[in-house]
Design a protein around this ligand. Sequence first.
Ligand code: AMP
Ligand code: MG
Length: 498
Amino acid sequence: MTVETLTPPPVQAELGLSWRPGFATLGPAFSTAIQAQPLPAPYPVGVSASAAALLGLDALALSDPLVIEALAGSRTLAGSSPVATLYSGHQFGVWAGQLGDGRALLLGEVDAPGGPLEIQLKGAGRTPYSRGGDGRAVLRSSIREFLCSEAMAGLGIPTTRALAVVGSDAGVRREEIETAAVVTRLAPSFIRFGHFEHFAARQDVDSLRTLADHIIDRHYPQARAGEGFAGNAYAALLAQVTLRTAAMVAQWQAVGFCHGVMNTDNMSILGLTIDYGPFQFLDGFDPRHICNHSDTQGRYAYDQQPQVAYWNLFCLGQALMPLIGDTELAMAALEPYKQRFPIEYLARMRAKLGLADEQPEDADLLDGLLRLLAAHQVDWTIFWRRLADHVCGGPVEPVRDLFLDREGFDTWIARHAARLAGTDRPAAGLAMLAVNPRFVLRNHLGETAIRQARQKDYSGIAALTTLLSWPFEQHPGFDAYADFPPDWASTIEISCSS
Ligand code: AMP
Ligand code: MG
């Protein structure tokens, strides 16, 4: 009798997920299969219950030590088949050539209650596209990405999601030695404009078509008929991406969000906010604000974001040209940005102002306000929230006190009151409270949570995750999180180093 020696299969972490064929099935032109590099002794740093719910999971399932190891890339998640995907892109307006997932691993795609979701680990080690990088992400930038993903979702802004962040004491060299972390991200797709640019630059039209067909079939089936574009599905795809991008950036502007690195490889084909690096929510309103310390020219300043998004869409249009085949159709697909962005933006701003209907003078009312806010660098979030409280029936002083130019403010608020005349003010005020958040992820809040986390105290992250997941609620007892930034906040420098 022969005795077979069986090697026991390595213990895999189970989450009971239902995996399905995903992006990896497109083949080796698009991605490379690769295993994560284990991180020693990982521990949980943050978890999002609402992101877990997207997978049909209870957040408790993520506290299993085997699962934490899987989220650190130190153990296989049962059913996953990790790949790194290939893309290129324009960085700071210049063609950067091949980039790719240098530190992200796509574990695969799962069925989820709201539709299929891809699961990705960011910071799980080197890939064929690491280009000399270490494939790692540091704790501070991972915490920022985790919190901001969930903050944007709480604000109702399209975004990739963050399920969890796990840390390790393993050292990572940046300007100084820091520690490593991994963020688990979720999205229906992580495909960027840069994925299309990659195959266009290589003049690999077959792969370009495969990619576009994949995205159309999965995410834009209505583009297939090419309606409005002479049956050209690829022009219709470009038009759909254009509209979604316009809507996303309008939401950024309304909430005072600066992305910081709007390179084409950081632009989602689904119009999701993606790749949180040196982002910032405005404190005082300064339209020219630059949040990325590495952006010396201010290419990605707050007030440049709408134009930059259009520039990026133009790059996408150029990449799709071999498929669209007709410059006029491509331009017709991009053109609606110029109408859609202001429509989306004004709609958001009207809602912030409590205006339920449209009047021709609204743009001027808004313009006058923005000039006053900019002149005094009035705190963006606090102004809007106080205005909402005032329209709800509260006194005007807390709003007025924000302005040095009291006369200018008095004139403006009288105009606003006149515009609201005849409407139910308390109802308008309540509607304003539902669109003007009390809590945003200000730099100093993130920084404080990071400093605590470095001491292995994750309570700040947990508190912020809750507040930012429901940012329009009052959350009594958490006033300090809704307050002005302290003086030291202006000394925080966030660069591309992550
Ligand atoms: P980002 O600035 O984070 O959007 O990254 C731009 C490009 O650099 C992408 O291709 C990333 O995958 C890659 N990258 C950034 N940091 C690292 C790193 N530490 N190791 C490897 N690749 C990286
Ligand atoms: Mg990126």
